[in-house]
Design a protein around this ligand. Structure first.
Ligand SMILES: [Cu+2]
Length: 522
């Protein structure tokens, strides 16, 4: 109510001022007053004020930059985030000098060319050379920004290849212990690319350490002709450390380390996030929205399938639920009770029954045709989905592990925003979008970062003042599209931890198969 009153008062105020201006104008006209003339003194004062404003404006901008930092975004905690930060640094490097130069010239000219009675005006209508210069120069700069931006974007969204790499590793031996130090980081899609990138690091052959399904394979590549690479040697190890030790024996000092990308699905709906981890096989099971079940028909089995995952059990359950409802409706319509219902209600029930029958047929044909699911590959489809782990709430990631994220939405467009990882992707109903990144810092390390400590001290001081509970620094996943009334509640913590911590946590989570078993469906 208070807000409405305020708006009404503001609107009335604007109307009153407009009316007063109108009265003033009319009375001036009636009195036959001329337009007021501007004196020389006023003109000069305005010219000087232009300079004063320019200096004050620049002072304010510089103060903001110093006080709030250049963007205030804190350290980037993913490999791709560093590339994004570099890009944004480049953009600011271009924009800031241009901003100061253009505005300084703008205000200086307003000062310099203030009206003087005895100054002749130089009429200057057109100059091709100048036109060319101020068209071509920005075009070149824009092209550079766009090309570099597209390159980074393609790198972040390109989902080809099973591996991302990421480390060129140098071996350091200390008291008989193998330590590896990062020489530099890069992102490659495939072993081939990484091998080429390594060509001058270890002589003519290229050494690549590949991690796949918990196994470590040391591969030696050699050039085959101009550009093709062939694997000439392959050794398997059951731990990273034993692979490294064998490298020390061979007196290898530099190699590339490749890691298998892990698949994660982030499923959005109003107003929460569901995370699906691909499980041991690192493959996300198939899903179809037609199988989404909310248990809305009130049967006693509480198993829900909010992501529409496809397995023999979920299909059967879905059909059973449809059949149960259809037979209930059918029975009711044929019973004596039906006579007590209105015609409208009976028509509604008949319609629902027909709709459900049609739905069942549609789902059957979808699963048979679109998904290619049949008796032959039923077990394959099942095994893909059985080991998936579906969870609401905090997302757990392993530091140094490359991830491929797949995003889906059930209702409206949401946007998965990971500010600390500098990653964002729209979640669009009816399609899957993708992005990838590799976390480089654990939540624990993040909390010990001096910038982060300073930032959260300031935040908590402000929260204390208004009596709000204190918060701890954490990586977040936020929705970055205004998607409805509770949009602002749509966030979860992202916990980045070591492999061991992650495995200990994951051991306590139920797989999809265990969920089915718990509901006596399997
Ligand atoms: Cu949202």
């Amino acid at each position: 109510m208070g807000k409405v009153l305020l708006i009404v008062v503001l609107v009335l105020l604007v109307l009153a001022v407009a009316q007063m201006m109108r009265v003033y104008e009319l009375s001036s006209k009636v009195r036959g007053r001329k337009e007021p003339t501007i004196t020389r003194r006023e003109n000069n004062m305005n010219a000087v004020l232009m300079l004063v404003f320019c200096i004050a404006f620049f002072g304010f901008v510089i103060w903001q930059m110093v006080a709030y930092g250049m963007g205030g975004k804190g350290p980037s905690v993913s490999i791709h985030g560093e590339a994004t930060d570099w890009l944004i640094g480049l953009n600011f490097g271009i924009i800031i000098p241009v901003f100061f130069l253009c505005n300084a010239l703008l205000f200086y000219f307003a000062f310099k060319f203030a009206y003087k009675k005895d100054r002749d005006v130089y009429y200057f209508t057109h100059n091709n050379k100048l036109e060319m210069m101020w068209t071509v120069a920005p075009a070149i700069v824009l092209a550079i920004i766009i090309v570099l931006g597209l390159r980074t974007w393609n790198d972040i969204t390109d989902m080809s290849g099973d591996y991302v790499v990421h480390e060129h590793t140098g071996l350091v031996v200390n008291d008989g212990q193998v330590e590896s130090n990062f020489e530099f980081k890069a992102a490659y899609q495939t072993v081939e690319e990484a091998g080429v990138g390594l060509s001058n690091l270890s002589g003519s052959s290229k050494l690549v350490l590949v991690e796949k399904g918990g196994e470590w394979v040391l591969q030696t590549y050699e050039m085959d002709g101009e550009s093709a690479l062939i694997i000439t040697e392959q050794k398997k190890f059951n731990s990273r450390n034993s692979a490294l030790l064998s490298l020390v024996d061979e007196e290898v000092s530099m190699f590339t380390e490749l890691k298998e990308q892990k698949h994660i699905e982030i499923y959005s709906k109003q107003f929460d996030w569901t995370t699906r981890y691909a499980g041991k096989d690192n493959a996300l099971g198939d899903a179809n929205f037609k199988l989404i079940d909310y248990n809305s028909w009130g049967d006693t089995n509480t198993f829900l399938n909010p992501l529409g995952l496809i397995s023999s059990e979920t299909i059967e359950l879905h059909f059973n639920r449809i059949d149960a409802r259809v037979s209930y409706l059918n029975e009711f319509l044929g019973s004596a009770e039906a006579a007590f219902e209105t015609d409208e209600k009976l028509a509604e029930m008949t319609e629902e029954m027909e709709r459900l029958k049609r739905k069942k047929m549609r789902v059957q044909s979808t699963i048979a045709n679109d998904m290619g699911l049949n008796a032959m590959n039923q077990s394959e489809v099942n095994s893909r989905v059985y080991d998936d782990v579906i969870l609401k709430g905090d997302i757990h990631l392993v530091v140094g592990q490359p991830y491929q994220f797949q995003f889906k939405s059930q209702d409206v467009i949401h946007s998965a925003y990971f500010p600390h990882f500098r990653a964002q992707m729209n979640c669009v109903p009816g399609m899957a979008t993708q992005i990838k990144f590799t976390p480089t810092m654990t939540t624990k390390e993040f909390r010990e970062h001096p910038d982060v400590i300073a930032k959260y001290e300031a935040i908590n001081k402000a929260r204390e003042k208004v009596g709000k509970p204190l918060v701890e620094a954490s990586f977040l996943l936020l929705c970055n599209k205004i998607c409805g009334l509770s949009h602002s509640n749509m966030w979860v913590n992202v916990i980045v931890e070591t492999q061991e911590e992650y495995e200990a946590w994951m051991a306590d989570q139920k797989t999809f198969e265990q969920q089915l078993q718990a509901s006596n469906l399997k």
